[in-house]
Design a protein around this ligand. Structure first.
Ligand code: FPP
Length: 266
């Protein structure tokens, strides 16, 4: 069982949403798997990998894999919200993904924009607060506007915070934090881990407790590298389009069986 939800940065004292006091089929299933609903990971990050492999297996084009991945994401977001997870951050497009064929890049940008517009009503209805991470000034204007509209519309929602990492790179985020610190004139002796954390894209968010990676690769791929210093990594062989609420529960169960030491002894 994890001992401390987040040793590096404090978990915001957010009230438990009312609906979490009620039992739902997913929460019942979680209890049956031995999951404690009172020590869930506060922040879950997901590297949604394997869309291309899933499509190839089915004899389909890569963009159809991403489209199926979008459907998966909708289900996982609703499941995470229903379960009581407070923050979900997903890697939708990395700063390195620009190296993919132009057609795939354009298709992904359009897909994310469409999703941001089409899902807004559902997210708002479910009290989801939308945020983004990444260099937004470099993404197509239509996508940037759709994301900004989503953030503005949902900013007062009190349910799960859903962060889309788009044109995101962990090293780029650290570079941007350092630039912002230097620009604000902070004296060298006042530069600390806390001050760097305070200049990241979403400084109010707690560090992730659990990072899930689908499709079997055992690496971080430049995702939240500063914030995930003490995060538990759970890798599943299931590709992202095949991943479902039950796989989320399995990952949470694995997480809860780990002992988090944050460099100390138990
Ligand atoms: C990695 O799979 C996945 C991506 C680079 C994109 C993730 C995007 C989605 C899940 C689609 C929609 C997202 C939103 C927000 C609507 P891959 O293509 O690298 O798979 P492979 O390694 O099997 O080729």
């Amino acid at each position: 069982m994890p001992t401390t939800p987040n040793a590096q940065r404090p978990t915001p004292n957010t009230p438990t949403p009312q609906h979490l006091n009620t039992s739902t089929p997913l929460r019942e299933e979680a209890l049956q798997l031995g999951i404690s609903l009172t020590s869930l990971p506060h922040h879950v990050a997901v590297i949604m990998d394997g869309n291309g492999r899933w499509a190839k297996k089915k004899g389909l084009g890569r963009l159809l894999g991403h489209r199926e991945g979008y459907k998966t994401l909708r289900g996982v977001l609703l499941a995470a919200s229903e379960l009581g997870i407070r923050y979900l951050t997903v890697y939708a497009f990395s700063a390195e993904n620009w190296r993919r064929p132009a057609e795939e890049v354009a298709g992904l940008m359009k897909l994310i924009e469409t999703a941001a517009r089409d899902e807004l009503r559902l997210m708002h209805k479910n009290n989801v607060r939308v945020q983004v991470a990444g260099r937004m000034d470099e993404v197509p204007e239509g996508l940037r506007r759709a994301l900004e509209h989503g953030i503005e519309t949902t900013k007062d929602n009190t349910g799960i915070t859903f962060t889309l990492a788009v044109n995101y790179g962990g090293r780029a985020e650290i570079v941007d934090a350092v630039k912002s610190i230097v620009a604000s004139g902070v004296p060298v002796e006042q530069i600390t881990e806390e001050s760097i954390s305070a200049h990241l894209y979403n400084p109010a968010q707690p560090d992730p407790d659990l990072m899930i990676r689908t499709a079997g690769e055992m690496r971080w791929s430049n995702f939240l590298i500063w914030q995930s210093a003490y995060c538990e990594l759970v890798v599943t062989d299931v590709t992202w389009p095949e991943f479902g609420p039950n796989d989320l529960l399995q990952a949470v169960a694995v997480y809860q069986r780990r002992t988090r030491k944050f460099g100390a002894t138990v």
